[in-house]
Design a protein around this ligand. Structure first.
Ligand code: PAF
Length: 299
């Protein structure tokens, strides 16, 4: 595995691989890798000849007072996991090599990014879309793989690739969960023992909404209330948002008639966790493919 830190060298290597006719897949990460990331790497390896993992804690997507400084950076551990997973290039640039002090061009979006994490973390998606654009230009991938846990991010990146004509296929892979349902996240390691136990409330609240949905509930407000009540039963869990949104527009869904997402952000102490599930109105016929959240594809 090659470890590259210089953006120009990364770009030269990617262009060399492409000239040799190799199909490249990129898995963008902020490091502190876990099984969720490794599942993205495996998906990338299934679809391409070479896998590039970028490891960059992107300052531009953190707001003031957020966890940029304390975000875990276990580089050797991450590199060992990538090596073990058959990654070809690990690209780990320094912030000063990614952003010139006088950088003045950014990528932003004004519709899908308005709600959910976009409203609770102003500027976050501008930072994400800008760095992903830069990573696409540096790593020149044919495809890039993102996790469904960050559903709004994945939807925005797909929109960006379409609107700005990036020749990059956006693949969205299923959320990987711990045995008790907690979605894997690098931020789970912030949780104290008791908070780790409480963190299962995100998944159980979403499951309660799914059960109601499967029993015929289609009202956005009613589904939100079910989730909110479950979280409220967990002492110390503070809801940042609970929303039922259209899976395509990310507009709130008053009534779920088309594929939708139940999404939430919850704080446990200083730790902010997000999760979501898809709510798909059509009944699944016997022998039909599994619901989209259980397989990789577009969001
Ligand atoms: O999902 C993440 O880890 C980050 O938002 C990403 C896509 C690597 C951009 O910094």
């Amino acid at each position: 595995m090659l470890i590259l830190t210089d953006p120009s060298e990364m770009q030269r290597s990617a262009m060399g691989l492409r000239r040799n006719g190799l199909k490249l897949a990129l898995v963008p990460t902020m490091g502190c890798l876990h099984e969720g990331h490794l599942s993205l790497v495996r998906e990338a390896a299934r679809r391409a000849d070479r896998v590039i993992v970028s490891l960059f804690v992107n300052p531009a997507q953190f707001g003031p007072g957020e966890d940029f400084a304390r975000y875990p950076r276990p580089f050797e551990h991450d590199a060992a996991l990538c090596r073990g997973a058959g990654v070809h290039i690990l690209f780990a640039p320094a912030p000063e090599d990614m952003y010139a002090p006088d950088a003045s061009v950014f990528v932003d979006e004004g519709r899908i990014s308005r709600g959910l994490c976009g409203s609770s973390r102003p500027g976050h998606f501008k930072g994400v879309l800008t760095v992903v654009t830069k990573l696409f230009n540096l790593c020149r991938p044919d495809l890039a793989v993102f996790g469904r846990k960050d559903a709004q991010q994945a939807r925005l990146i797909r929109q960006m690739a379409r609107d700005l004509n990036f020749p990059v296929e956006i693949v969205v892979a299923p959320t990987v969960r711990e045995g008790d349902g907690l979605a894997m996240s690098s931020r789970n390691r912030y949780l104290s023992g008791p908070d780790r136990k409480k963190a299962t409330c995100l998944h159980s609240a979403l499951q309660a909404a799914r059960a109601a949905f499967e029993a015929g509930e289609r009202g956005g407000a009613a589904l939100k209330a079910i989730i909110g009540r479950r979280i409220a039963e967990t002492p110390g869990a503070a809801v940042e948002y609970v929303e039922i949104v259209d899976a395509e527009s990310f507009e709130p869904a008053a009534v779920v008639r088309r594929p939708a997402l139940a999404a939430l952000a919850v704080r446990l102490g200083a730790t902010r966790l997000i999760d979501n599930i898809e709510l798909t109105p059509e009944p699944q016929a016997e022998g039909a493919p599994p619901p989209p959240e259980d397989r990789a594809g577009t969001l």
